[in-house]
Design a protein around this ligand. Structure first.
Ligand code: ZN
Length: 64
C-alpha cells in the first residue's frame, strides 16, 4: 500500500545535487494584498539545503 520504494518514484529530485531526501515544512504566505493566504509546502534538500516550494493541493507530487 504505502511502500517507500513505490512512493519514491513520485518524489522530486534535487535539481542541484540529485539528492532525494528532503525535509518537509508546511506553512502559508499572505498574498501581497492580504486578501488570501496561500498554503505552501516546502521541501528542503537535506544535502545542499536547496528549497523546493509547492502550492499545497496544486502539486504534481503526492507526498502522502
Ligand atoms: Zn540538493
Amino acid at each position: 500500500m504505502d511502500e517507500p520504494v513505490a512512493a519514491d518514484d513520485r518524489r522530486p529530485t534535487c535539481p542541484l545535487c540529485g539528492n532525494r531526501a528532503f525535509q518537509r515544512e508546511e506553512g502559508k504566505f499572505d498574498s501581497q494584498w492580504g486578501m488570501t493566504a496561500h498554503q505552501v509546502t516546502l521541501l528542503i534538500c537535506e544535502q545542499c539545503q536547496y528549497v523546493l516550494p509547492f502550492y499545497k493541493g496544486n502539486s504534481i507530487f503526492d507526498f502522502d
